[in-house]
Structure formats: structure tokens, C-alpha cells
Design a protein around this ligand. Structure first.
Ligand code: G6P
Length: 593
């Protein structure tokens, strides 16, 4: 969602804030702004990207400031609605991520008391409340104001007078970065990696005061100490390093990401889930996620049921939160790359309150989900900047292979065969990447169409759903993922020569039926692109185009197939000339319900 940055130190703040805002842009990019603190507060903000904001700035040497990139929730994207927001007197500036659910009532009340609002945002009530309660100490006023707020927030505030930043969080991510003679506040560590890798993650209810030399944090009126942690990511990982887009870079990182996720876990499968593997007390597993992470959960369901022989439910976190559910002896697993998706956090809390043991599979150390769940499984994908998830999805799949193997009720030789195939996966993905020219051509071919279907069966049905999601989110081609057997129960009405179907095959017990489905589709004159294992001579004769996939065992085929579909979507979007890393209307981390 929105990205926040704050800087206080011994260098001009403006270029640092701009630099960090660029790195935060993937969290939201419909408008942005910054406030610099000198004798007074100067605010620069507008609709559009950080690069445009930067063009309008003149040199400024102030050493304290805050910045924001916005993903609009209350009020359309515009210069007025962009953050920072100021109080009436122009003495306090604030940036915010989250949603104030009681803002209408607060706004009415503050208006009656004489506060004048200039934007349509929920955020503005916070800064007016701080103004209302200010009695000479900004942190105290922030604490009193936040006491009136219902909803979620991460905020950074500054005020004319002594140089300091006041930060606070409740259910939205915020951390403090520790430098030498300078300190930072940010919504995520990737934004400040060029400056420091030492961070303190704030907890819900924390209010911090940051100067260039020290930080103090209080919770519930009492000073607390929070551990300083080292961010396990390098600067290089958070940069494009010569690739045209982050998405392409992240796709290319996947062989190494698979290795990283496997390393340390594969040689010692048992420690992955020691209690769970031994625990006969679990009757079902509940998988919870959103978007791409939900698709990983669907693959996970298939794997756990097949290998661990346990009953598994996979649910959209946003739906799970709103229905009555029976959970007895359930192990709830949240899947979330960012560890900050509001619906997934809520679902994990709900599962916990219903007595479930909880685990989160995530990429971000210190994220909110890791503080809710009993245990965390880190997928070690490195920072993912492109809004469309790629390497985190593949790493989530690998996490599920490991989990299923840890818990597998299969004979030793089958387990060893699967482990051996897993070790070969990075090479298989690399082979596919090395031969991507044909996929690039097919991506360009697909870019000519306005609609497409993706079909799969069994463990490759979630791959079809993910392939369609990838294509639509970055190329804006309408795409639908569908169980191959379901197509003729309705969607067939839409098949014609202008609606290609991408069919995802695997050499398992679904193969023959998929071929039958392809034949049915071809009778409608519909172009078919098939993903098929190298050496498959049957499918070749039926379809218009084939993407050859390096052979692996069918159970692992979702990994290689998904990489092929990521490339297909990438090249379709590239041909159409769209902003691949920041698709319109989307955000990397959806921290509101
Ligand atoms: C957003 C992103 C998706 C992602 C989803 C869940 O919609 O654009 O790429 O799959 O959130 O994110 P999470 O961080 O929970 O995996």
C-alpha cells in the first residue's frame, strides 16, 4: 500500500527522501510528496510518480524530512489528497499508511470545533487531532490523538521547532533504520538498504521519537526496548542491475532463489516442521492467502494431501474472515510474501483465536505476520520489487514441497527420488530461462489478443489460475484461469478464433483427458498454446504453438510451468508497452481490507 519514509541527520534530506521514495514506489504510485523541516515546513506534493515530483524541486539543504508514495483509498489521486498533510497552522506535517475507519465522525467533530480540512483523505483527521491535543510535546499529542483513532496506521510526523520525527504503528508496517549521525523511518527495509541494514521493527502500539543521535520507543506510556536486527538482504538485490524491469530480473533470479530456499532445509528436512511432523493431533490443515499467495496455497493443498495424507482446506483470507467456520485440531498456515497483507493477518488472528496452531510462510523477517503466527518459515527469496509476484511464488511452492516432504507418509525411496528431483529444479528453471526466445515470441503473439483462457488440471490448475492472473495484471489482457474440465460448462460460449487458450500439461494421470479437452477446444477454431514436457510428440500435433518445458516429475511441474507463464505474461506486456513493474491501480502490499 502506501510507502512512508522519514530522515533526520547530517546530510541534505531531499535527495535521500527522493531516493527512498523511488524504492518505495512499488507500494503505491498514484501520487507522492515530501515535507522538509527548516524554520518552517515546506511541502511538495502532486499526483503522479516520484520522478515528476523530483523535476519540480529546487535545491534544498534541510536535514530533516518525511515523504510518502500513495495508493489512494479515501479520495482520488490528486495533489491535494497526496501526503504529507498539514494541520491548520502549518506547524505539523504527517504521512500515513492505513485506514482510519472512524474518520467521518472525527472529521465532523473537528470541523465543528473550527478545523479546516483541505483534502478528502482519512489521514487529515490525524494531523488535526494532533494539533488539537498539542500541549508542547509532539509525542504526547500523537499518543492522545491516536487514542481516538479506530483502524490501522503507520505514521511519521514532524513539527516546527526542535528537530525530531515522531513515529507510531498499529497494524501497518513501520521500522526505524539506524545510521551513523542519522536515522530513518520507513515502511520497509528495502527502501533504506543503501543507507543502513540495521533496523528496529516497531510493534503495534509503539510510539517512537527519533533524532539524529537517538531513538526512544514507548508503548502504553512505558518506555520499551526493541531489538536491533540486521536486514538479510543486499543492496544489489534491491536494484535492477541492468535488467529492463524488476520483474525480468526477479524471474531470472529464480534458480538461485530455489537453491536458497532449499539450502539448509533440504539437508535437514526434519527441522522444518518438527512438532508438526510428529504431531498426530492435527486433523486438518487450513491454508490462507490472497492473490498469488493463494495460488501457492492451492498447490500446497495438493501436495500436503498427496504426500502427507492430511485433509487440507485452502481459503482466500478475505473470505475466511467473514464466515463461521469449524476448526478443530487445525494447523493454520498463512502464506504471504510481504507478511503485511491485511486480510491474511486478520485471517491468521482469527484462526489463532479459534485455537489453531499457526505458521506463516513469508519472505519478510520481522513482518507483522511473523509476530502473529506461532512459527515462521522464511522463503528466502530476497526483496521482490515488481508488483507482480514471481520469485516469491516459486519460493512459496518450494516451501510447500519441503513441508510436504517433512510430513510425508511415503516410502523412503519415493521420498529420496522427490528430493533428488527437487535438487535438480534450479537447473531445470535455468534451462527454461536460457531458451526463453521462443516464449518471448509467443508473448508478443499473445499481446495481439484482448482475451485469453488458461486451463489446467490437478496440480497444474493453480498454475493456470496464476498464469491468467500474471497476464492480466501486467498486460491488461483479460484472462481467465479455468479447470480444463469446467471450460465446457459455460466458458465454451466465449471460444472463437480470437480467444487463445493456454493449456498447461503434465505427464500425470490428467494428461489424456487434457488432450481430449484440447481437441474439443480446437473444434471451435480457437488457437491453443500448450505447455508440454520436452519430447512430448502427441500434443505437438494438436496445438498451434508449444512451449517446451524441461522434463521433471509431474509433482514438480508447477514450478517450471509457472516460470514459463511468467515469461509469457512479461513479453506480452512488454510488447504492449505497459509499465510492467507498476501496473495501473495495483500495489505490492495490500495493507487494507
Ligand atoms: C497484492 C500483490 C500480489 C500479491 C497479493 C498478496 O495484490 O499485488 O502480487 O500476490 O497482494 O500479497 P502477499 O504479500 O500477502 O503475498
Amino acid at each position: 500500500m502506501c510507502g512512508l519514509i522519514g530522515y533526520i541527520g547530517n546530510r541534505p534530506a531531499q535527495p535521500i527522501l527522493i531516493d527512498c521514495l523511488r524504492r518505495l514506489e512499488y507500494r503505491g504510485y498514484d501520487s507522492c510528496g515530501l515535507a522538509l523541516l527548516g524554520d518552517g515546513i515546506q511541502v511538495y506534493k502532486d499526483q503522479g510518480k516520484v520522478a515528476e515530483l523530483q523535476r519540480g524541486l529546487s535545491l534544498n539543504n534541510e536535514r530533516t524530512g518525511i515523504g510518502h508514495t500513495r495508493w489512494a483509498t479515501h479520495g482520488r489521486p490528486s495533489g491535494i489528497n497526496a501526503h504529507p498533510h498539514l494541520d491548520c497552522a502549518g506547524q505539523i506535517a504527517l504521512v500515513h499508511n492505513g485506514i482510519v475507519t472512524n474518520f467521518l465522525r472525527l472529521r465532523q467533530q473537528l470541523t465543528q470545533e473550527g478545523h479546516i480540512f483541505s483534502s478528502e483523505t482519512d489521514t487529515e483527521v490525524i494531523v488535526h487531532l494532533i494539533e488539537k491535543y498539542y500541549r508542547g510535546d509532539l509525542a504526547e499529542a500523537v499518543a492522545t490523538a491516536l487514542g481516538q483513532i479506530e483502524g490501522s496506521y503507520a505514521i511519521i510526523a514532524l513539527q516546527t521547532g526542535p528537530k525530531k520525527l515522531v513515529v507510531a504503528r498499529n497494524e501497518s508496517p513501520l521500522l526505524i533504520g539506524l545510521g551513523d549521525g542519522e536515522n530513518f523511518a520507513a515502511s520497509d527495509a528495502a527502501a533504506i538498504l543503501d543507507y543502513t541494514d540495521r533496523v528496529v521493527y516497531l510493534e503495534d502500539g509503539d510510539i517512537g521519537v527519533i533524532t539524529d543521535r537517538e531513538i526512544t520507543i514507548a508503548n502504553n506510556g512505558h518506555e520499551v526496548s526493541r531489538q536491533v536486527q540486521q536486514v538479510p538482504w543486499t543492496q544489489e538485490e534491491a536494484q535492477k542491475t541492468g535488467y529492463e524491469h524488476f520483474m525480468l530480473k526477479e524471474i531470472h533470479e529464480q534458480p538461485r532463489v530455489i537453491q536458497n530456499t532449499l539450502r539448509g532445509y533440504l539437508s535437514a528436512i526434519e527441522p522444518v516442521a518438527p512438532e508438526i511432523a510428529a504431531n498426530g493431533d492435527i486433523a486438518q490443515v487450513l491454508l490462507l492467502g490472497c492473490g498469488t499467495s493463494y495460488h501457492a496455497a492451492l498447490v500446497g493443498k495438493y501436495l500436503l494431501e498427496k504426500l502427507a495424507k492430511v485433509a487440507v482446506r485452502a481459503e482466500l483470507a478475505s473470505e475466511f474472515n467473514y464466515h463461521d467456520t469449524l476448526l478443530s485440531k487445525t494447523w493454520a498456515i498463512g502464506i504471504t510474501q510481504s507478511g503485511e497483507t491485511a486480510d491474511t493477518l486478520m485471517a491468521l488472528r482469527k484462526a489463532k483465536s479459534l485455537g489453531c496452531k499457526t505458521l506463516v510462510i513469508t519472505n519478510v523477517v520481522g513482518s507483522s505476520a511473523t509476530r502473529i503466527a506461532d512459527e515462521a518459515f522464511y522463503i528466502k527469496a530476497g526483496p521482490e520489487i515488481s508488483v507482480a509476484a514471481t520469485k516469491s511464488f516459486i519460493a512459496q511452492l518450494v516451501a510447500f514441497y519441503l513441508l510436504a516432504l517433512a510430513w510425508a507418509r511415503i516410502d523412503t525411496s519415493s521420498r529420496e527420488r522427490l528430493m533428488a528431483e527437487l535438487r535438480l529444479l534450479p537447473n531445470k528453471v535455468q534451462q527454461l530461462l536460457d531458451g526463453q526466445d521462443d516464449i518471448a515470441e509467443l508473448g508478443e503473439y499473445l499481446s495481439r489478443y484482448d482475451n485469453a483462457f488458461f486451463i489446467g488440471r490437478g496440480i497444474n490448475l493453480p498454475v493456470a489460475l496464476e498464469g491468467a492472473l500474471k497476464l492480466k495484471e501486467i498486460s491488461y489482457i483479460h484472462a481467465e484461469g479455468c479447470a480444463a474440465g469446467e471450460l465446457k460448462h459455460g466458458s465454451f460460449a466465449l471460444l472463437n478464433p480470437h480467444t487463445p487458450v493456454v493449456a498447461i500439461g503434465a505427464q500425470d494421470n490428467t494428461y489424456d483427458t487434457l488432450l481430449t479437452n484440447i481437441k474439443e477446444i480446437k473444434t471451435r477454431g480457437t488457437p491453443v498454446i500448450a505447455l508440454a514436457a520436452e519430447g512430448d510428440r502427441e500434443i505437438d500435433k494438436l496445438v498451434d504453438h508449444v512451449i517446451w518445458i524441461p522434463g521433471t516429475t509431474p509433482l514438480l511441474s508447477p514450478v517450471v510451468n509457472s516460470v514459463a507463464l511468467q515469461l509469457l505474461a512479461y513479453y506480452a506486456a512488454r510488447k504492449r508497452g505497459y509499465p510492467i513493474d507498476q501496473p495501473r491501480n495495483l500495489a505490492k502490499s495490500v495493507t487494507v481490507e
